[in-house]
Design a protein. Structure first.
Length: 94
C-alpha cells in the first residue's frame, strides 16, 4: 500500500521555477524574467499537447518581451529547452 504519495500532474507548479511571467493572463505582449537571474538561452512556447509553437532566444538576458497577439486563446507552456523549468501562460486575445 502506498501512503502519502505525491504525484505532480499540474502545470501550475510554476512557483518552483525561477521564471516570472506578466501579465498572466494576458492578451498580446508578455514579459518573462529570470527573477534576478539570467533567463535560459532558449525558451519554448508549447501547447498543452506538447506541440512546439514558438522558440525565443534570450541571449542570457534577465528579461524578454514577446508578442502573442496572432495566437488563438489558449493555455500554453513556456519552458526551457530541457523542460525542467516551465510556467503556464494563459492567453486571452482581445
Amino acid at each position: 500500500m502506498i501512503r502519502n504519495a505525491f504525484l505532480a500532474t499540474s502545470v501550475s507548479q510554476h512557483r518552483l521555477s525561477r521564471l516570472v511571467l506578466a501579465p498572466n493572463p494576458g492578451n498580446a505582449w508578455y514579459t518573462i524574467s529570470g527573477n534576478g537571474r539570467s533567463l535560459p538561452e532558449v525558451l519554448e512556447l508549447r501547447d498543452l499537447q506538447g506541440r512546439l509553437i514558438r522558440v525565443f532566444m534570450s541571449k542570457g538576458e534577465e528579461r524578454l518581451e514577446f508578442d502573442l497577439s496572432d495566437l488563438p486563446a489558449s493555455v500554453y507552456l513556456l519552458q526551457n529547452a530541457e523542460g525542467t523549468e516551465r510556467i503556464k501562460l494563459v492567453h486571452r486575445p482581445l
